[in-house]
Design a protein around this ligand. Structure first.
Ligand SMILES: CCCCCCCCCCCCC/C=C/[C@@H](O)[C@H](COP(=O)(O)O)NC(=O)CCCCCCCCCCCCCCC
Ligand SMILES: Nc1ncnc2c1ncn2[C@@H]1O[C@H](COP(=O)(O)OP(=O)(O)O)[C@@H](O)[C@H]1O
Ligand SMILES: [Ca+2]
Length: 561
């Protein structure tokens, strides 16, 4: 059977009608990618040569892929609108039928909102036809999730996770006809364990995490482990070729730092995140696998931090009851302690085609550097070419730096968050298969303060003599001495030698791995390119927002006259 929309498409537009919007007559047109409308009277003036500067404000357009839903307007709503005007000649009284289109509207600072636009008509059949044709177009958008598995951490951040989901997110999912199974976690690792073994993942198009970076880490581990188990891959092998996860992960921010959400969406706002999930955005993301000798420890997507950030996290656990403020208090305490740690960092630099941490080419929506996904074979190939070219290179391209460090940070993404809107490494990429290794050597308190302060403004935090940064594919860290003695032995009783009294707890820091403490200081890290995908699109440039502005889109449309 030929669909109505197929017939209309052969005539250029899927649908075109004169309808009423906000008591004014408008021309409404739909093609396969854009729904647009403009006031008839004003557009006539324009065609007769009268000033058009004000008219563009009355022309609107929305991309079909950013329509959340379309439905018949509630009869009561419609009556209310009509009664609100006293004039008996109001067109909406003469045109009692209506349909409402809900769509994405961009507001300030990368925030999205859901806006309703209602069109009226005298003809009920015409309204039904509009609803049917728009719905047909929406059903062609196959990237949109229809069924989601939602995990809520009720204790993350300010403990508002459940309320945020129920009040701000669930109604939007309902409007977009997305079905959900919701699990409110009852203990730490509940979500991870459920994903690993119990959940029937065939039922879902994605998993939603309501919580902070720690909760995201649970979902990440559950999903990666499950994917490897189902594909027969042993993730514990350091050289295992991991299989990318087929389900997307959505993040509704309800934690303390929420840097993974902030760095992939541009804001920590539950409604914005819900809308990115609804429209089925897709952002691939690198995952670091962390091993101790040949033992698998954890995965990381944001910050692996030894020294300062490891200590901030360790010290903050005791004051978890303070919520997000625990990090500021612990940050101040750690800053005043001004500890440094000795060790050797070895790393395998990335090839030149992925840029440099100081090139100021920030990863944004549609980032060209992240478009090209090198296979592990490509990487091996480029590495061996590099090795051949360098005569003096006897280490397979690896470099080693020994020193005393206040902080060793590996940022696989910018780690932008409200505390640091540009992040720890502003030019790090979400999906280029590399991590930015930042080494902050021993320096004065004042110098370290200056370095920290630059994370809060636009100054270059790498422009210090005691800071260096490298874009790497793999790295290792070996703390000074006693790395083979277990943590418990060392932290309980300091080991004495003839000349020195050695105290593990002051000479070693701990690694913070996306907000979780690792049990070993000696680690090996390898970046797995684009192992997971989020319901996000990366941070949109200002320019991209402008292009998607309704007025601009209308100007691009062919005339309907
Ligand atoms: C002088 C002010 C300096 C401010 C410097 C801010 C740098 C912030 C960089 C944050 C990078 C965050 C990377 C992500 C980490 C998260 O995985 C992880 C877990 O998140 P979750 O709780 O949501 O699960 N979060 C964290 O580890 C929290 C890191 C927060 C660090 C705050 C540091 C504050 C430092 C304050 C120094 C004060 C010096 C004052 C001197 C007078
Ligand atoms: N029901 C629960 N009870 C206690 N801890 C939980 C529960 N659900 C998740 N967690 C754990 O809480 C920790 C912090 O969660 P997160 O949502 O990241 O909040 P925050 O950003 O405040 O740290 C995570 O390590 C997670 O494993
Ligand atoms: Ca990266």
């Amino acid at each position: 059977m030929t669909r109505l929309s197929d017939i209309m498409e052969t005539q250029g537009k899927l649908l075109y009608s004169k309808l009423f919007h906000k008591h004014r007559q408008v021309e409404v047109a739909l093609n396969c990618s854009i729904l647009s409308w403009k006031e008839i009277e004003r557009s006539r003036k324009r065609s007769s040569g009268i000033s058009n500067s004000a008219e563009t404000a009355h022309s609107h357009a929305v991309q079909v892929c950013e329509i959340v839903s379309v439905c018949k307007t509630d009869e009561q709503e419609n009556t209310k609108t009509r009664r609100s005007r006293t004039n008996a000649e109001q067109p909406s009284q003469l045109y009692p039928h209506a349909f409402t289109v809900s769509c994405v509207r961009r507001t300030r600072q990368h925030r999205w909102r859901c806006s309703d636009v209602t069109f009226h008509s005298a003809n009920q059949g015409l309204c039904e036809q509009w609803i049917q044709v728009i719905n047909e177009q929406l059903s062609l958008l196959t990237n949109r999730p229809k069924s989601l598995l939602v995990y809520i951490n009720p204790f993350g951040g300010k403990r508002h996770g459940k309320r945020i989901y129920e009040r701000k997110v669930a109604p939007l999912f309902g409007r977009a006809c997305i079905s959900t199974d919701v699990i409110v976690t009852e203990r730490a690792n509940h979500a991870r364990d459920h994903l690993k073994t119990e959940a029937n993942l065939d039922k879902y198009d994605g998993v939603v995490c309501v919580g902070g970076d720690g909760m995201f880490s649970e979902i990440l581990h559950g999903l990666i482990t499950r994917t490897q188990t189902d594909s027969g891959v042993d993730q514990k092998q350091p050289d295992a070729e991991l299989v990318p996860c087929s389900l997307h992960i959505g993040i509704i921010p309800a934690g303390s730092t929420d840097c993974i959400c902030f760095a992939t969406v541009g804001t920590n706002d539950p409604v914005t995140s819900a809308l990115h999930i609804i429209v089925g955005d897709s952002q691939p993301m690198d995952v670091c696998s962390v091993h101790h000798n040949d033992t698998f420890l954890r995965y990381s997507v944001s910050l692996l931090g030894y020294g300062f950030y490891g200590d901030v996290l360790t010290n903050s656990e005791r004051t978890r009851f303070l919520g997000p403020a625990r990090y500021d208090l612990s940050g101040l305490k750690t800053f005043l302690s001004h500890n440094y740690y000795e060790g050797t960092v070895s790393f395998l630099p990335a090839e030149n085609n992925v840029g440099d941490p100081r090139d100021k080419l920030q990863c944004r929506s549609g980032c060209p550097i992240c478009q090209h996904k090198p296979s592990s074979k490509d990487v091996q190939c480029e590495m061996s070419e590099k090795k051949e070219k360098s005569d003096e290179d006897v280490s397979g391209g690896w470099r080693a730096i020994r020193g005393r460090f206040i902080a060793i940070n590996a940022a696989s993404m910018s780690c932008a968050c409200p505390r640091s809107p540009q992040g720890l490494s502003p030019s790090a990429h979400l999906a280029d298969g590399t991590t930015d290794l930042i080494l902050v050597r021993k320096c004065s308190r004042l110098d370290f303060f200056r370095h920290l302060l630059r994370h809060t403004n636009k100054e270059d935090q790498f422009d210090h003599s005691f800071v260096e940064v490298h874009r790497v594919r793999k790295f290792r860290f070996q703390p000074q001495q006693h790395e083979l003695v277990s943590l418990e032995d060392l932290s309980v009783s300091p080991i004495s030698s003839a000349q020195t009294t050695y105290n593990y707890s002051t000479s070693h820091s701990r690694w913070s791995c996306d907000g979780e403490i690792l049990p070993h200081a000696a680690i090996q890290v390898s970046v797995q390119c684009q192992l997971i995908r989020l319901f996000a699109r990366g941070i949109e440039e200002q320019q991209q927002c402008l292009l998607e502005d309704p007025c601009t889109l209308w100007a691009l449309e062919p005339s309907t006259h």
